[in-house]
Design a protein around this ligand. Sequence first.
Ligand SMILES: Cc1cc2nc3c(=O)[nH]c(=O)nc-3n(C[C@H](O)[C@H](O)[C@H](O)COP(=O)(O)O)c2cc1C
Length: 252
Amino acid sequence: MNKDKLIARREFLTANTWLTYDYTKSAQAKGAAKPADQKPAKSDQEIINLPEFSDDILENSNILDLIKNRKTQRQYTDQALSMRELSFLVWATQGLRNKSDKTASRTVPSGGNRHSFETYLAINRVEGLAPGIYRYLPFEHALILEQEFSDPVELQEKMKEAAKGQLFFAKAAVGFIWTTLPYRTEWRYSENAAKMIAQDSGHICQNLYLAAEAIGCGTCAIGAYSQKDADNLVSVDGKDELVIYMAPIGKV
Ligand SMILES: Cc1cc2nc3c(=O)[nH]c(=O)nc-3n(C[C@H](O)[C@H](O)[C@H](O)COP(=O)(O)O)c2cc1C
């Protein structure tokens, strides 16, 4: 890519869109309906409630240790995760802080509390769950099955394609795949939304790193993925909903 194009790409990183932003012209100010905070489950999808967990699942709960020891891990054992561990990990990354809180604040911050993300899980090995693509419902703290894979090898092939050949993603117990529905943030912040969404996604993955460290698991942020293959894996259109970030997780 030539220098002019690179500099044009950098404009995404500037805060200049805040200079032109006028809240009164936003979709929210004009009275457009508030987008749903969570994609609904289809009526024929079974709600798989996630179990309660408490701090007895933590191998380490010392925040100093967790921050100091957090590092990217690309090698995992074949061990399955338990449902309680998965329950903890999805809560730590996108769960509600307090179900009775009407503002539905989550365990991660988000510009304007807009939380434009959905969490898909490509599950290879979780006790009690068949391999497949699942989606997390933060408001119910539950999963729904989006697509079952009778052939686990086929799922791993698709995960590998999505991660541009990074095999450790395909072999992990679970692949986290976060999509964004940009309009949830654009509804209020218009042209500022895209950068804000990218900023928001970093918090999710950092919480996954710290939560993984606390339960003897490892993860690796995946920014180098194939947009088309990742969007196809979780059956989203790549426009109104698109994959923004991925991360495998497994025992180390
Ligand atoms: C935004 C982002 C994208 C990344 N993408 C990849 C990736 O696609 N593949 C990979 O192996 N590591 C990826 N990483 C992991 C980095 O290589 C890793 O964080 C870095 O080398 C620092 O190591 P540490 O996390 O152990 O401190 C990514 C990290 C970030 C934050």
